[in-house]
Design a protein around this ligand. Structure first.
Ligand code: GRF
Length: 195
């Protein structure tokens, strides 16, 4: 069967990356994780990826200073060099410039820990709690120039329980993320038209 060559971009611990790597180990999963790339050489997820035998590299953003596009040009080149067809952002904590967004239009997914369009950006759980919401959740969406605003591919709702804190809610939502992202990536990879 066809397996879409996919890269995962991370910045930190990479638990969503691990969920995607685990799912992609099934022979009938429609995406092959061919590369993990981080903007931070210290990202713990890089070690986990290598332990699973997946090539994992860092392209440190710091030497590029304010030139975010120059950093993204290097990322784009690394993706092309690895023959990547689809990109999954998984806790990649850099806001992208139009350069990378345009280069990977309709071929870049992201997961966000809220029920978009509610609470885009940072501190989603704290804001949902402060607003007295009954539900939090997570959303997988295509990446467009507006942060966390692209077309949605799937959502999971997670109840907010009495006494929830930012930490307890984040942990419960994360469990849902680990189910949702592999499912959405699989659906999208199956539908993706690649040359
Ligand atoms: C997740 O909550 C994800 O939704 C958000 O950043 C967090 C990354 O966690 N974009 P991890 O690195 O996948 O564990």
């Amino acid at each position: 069967m066809r397996r879409v060559k996919t890269a995962i971009l991370i910045s930190g611990r990479g638990s969503n990356m691990e969920a995607l790597l685990a799912a992609a180990e099934a022979p009938d999963y429609p995406a092959e994780i061919a590369l993990v790339l981080s903007n931070s050489p210290e990202a713990a997820g890089l070690h986990h990826a290598r332990a699973r035998g997946v090539p994992a590299i860092a392209i440190d953003h710091r030497p590029f200073g304010k030139d975010r596009e120059a950093h993204e040009r290097q990322i784009d080149q690394a993706l092309k060099d690895a023959g990547i067809q689809l990109v999954a952002l998984a806790g990649y904590m850099r806001v992208l410039t139009p350069y990378l967004v345009t280069a990977w239009q309709d071929r870049m997914l992201n997961i966000h820990p809220s029920l978009l369009p509610a609470y885009p950006g940072l501190h989603t759980h704290a804001r949902a709690l402060a607003a007295g919401e009954a539900f939090g959740g997570c959303t997988v969406h295509l990446v467009t120039e507006g942060v966390d605003q692209g077309p949605m591919l799937g959502q999971s709702r997670v109840p907010i329980l009495p006494g929830d804190t930012e930490t307890s809610l984040a942990a419960r939502v994360l469990i849902a993320e680990h189910e949702l992202y592999p499912a959405c990536l699989a659906d999208y990879a199956k539908r993706l038209k690649v040359p």
